[in-house]
Design a protein around this ligand. Structure first.
Ligand code: TA6
Length: 288
């Protein structure tokens, strides 16, 4: 039986097709859906505008695998597990495949604010030996804003890396240019350093860590302008799998790459961020 319950006048809690808890927000500014599986923003669309966030039409939403599209929370490591974590652990950490708790929803003049959290458990200790609380505040308003706060509740320092892996919806790659990435980048697939000349245009697969980004990245898509504003990140990751990559992924249609571009506020430095015992650190992104 499908049960949906209103939490506020603008936000209800129901279930997705697989029965996982799903928040649906429809306020004066926008519509959005947020799954508690991974604290994953699945969609965000301002009224009268095209969708800002892309979700794969083949995304697996049954809780058995990370969701392709939306905004995966990559934490406590970005990409393949670093040496300090050890091999054989899931790419992009475990936050995106954990069921989070809903701590509260409130209506404000500028939108709907959702508080989500997860904490360490036997399952997380098997992958990462730290005590922590991880919180995600999602603001659905005229902009979509995410603040990820890592709180160290253990006695020893913890080191983390992360990304708010935003899949932006685009009209077509040939219409898109990206400004504000800065010059220096490292390729992820072919690890080599290179320099960006001018704005980024999309002509093939891209998987890059930009090390000197401005706080605002501007994505021009024809007449449409999307800004990705980040803070406390050390880099911005840009990813498009292009045709070969999309075809190789079971959870993306082969032409799926034509309508998405990932622009991610990230902490990718090998050294990570050290959070002392009882300390906290946040990473945020706002999509305008
Ligand atoms: O953020 C870019 C990236 O790390 C790419 O290397 C690419 O593989 C992508 O994320 C998707 O990763 P996933 O584990 O979700 O398939």
């Amino acid at each position: 039986m499908q049960l949906t319950r209103s939490l506020t006048t603008r936000c209800s809690l129901g279930q997705d097709v697989a029965g996982l808890p799903l928040l649906t927000i429809d306020n004066d500014f926008a519509k959005a859906r947020v799954s508690l599986f991974g604290a994953h923003v699945l969609s965000y669309q301002r009224h009268g505008e095209p969708a800002s966030i892309w979700l794969s039409d083949k995304a697996v939403l049954d809780g058995n695998k990370p969701i392709r599209g939306g905004i995966p929370v990559c934490w406590p490591w970005f990409g393949q597990p670093p040496a300090r974590v050890g091999s054989g652990k899931p790419a992009h950490g475990f936050a995106r495949t954990t069921l989070w708790s809903l701590d509260g929803v409130s209506e404000r003049n500028d939108g709907t604010l959702i508080h989500l959290s997860m904490r360490d458990s036997e399952a997380t200790h098997a992958l990462w030996p730290h005590s922590f609380t991880l919180e995600l505040d999602v603001m659905v308003g005229k902009a979509l804003s995410l603040v990820l706060t890592t709180r160290n509740t253990g006695n020893a320092p913890l080191i983390y890396s992360a990304a708010l892996h935003s899949y932006l919806h685009i009209s077509a790659p040939e219409n898109v240019s990206v400004a504000g990435l800065g010059e220096l980048y490292t390729g992820i697939l072919i690890p080599r350093e290179a320099r960006q000349q001018g704005d980024l245009r999309l002509h093939g697969a891209i998987d890059r860590i930009y090390h000197q980004p401005e706080s605002t990245i501007t994505v021009r898509d024809g007449k449409r302008i999307t800004q990705v504003v980040s803070s406390n990140n050390d880099s911005v990751v840009v990813w498009t799998p292009w045709l070969e990559g999309a075809t190789a992924m079971a959870d993306m249609s082969s032409d799926g790459y034509r309508t998405m571009l990932c622009v991610e506020a990230a902490i990718t430095d090998q050294a990570g961020v050290t959070v002392p015992s009882e300390g906290e650190h946040y990473l945020s992104t706002t999509i305008i």
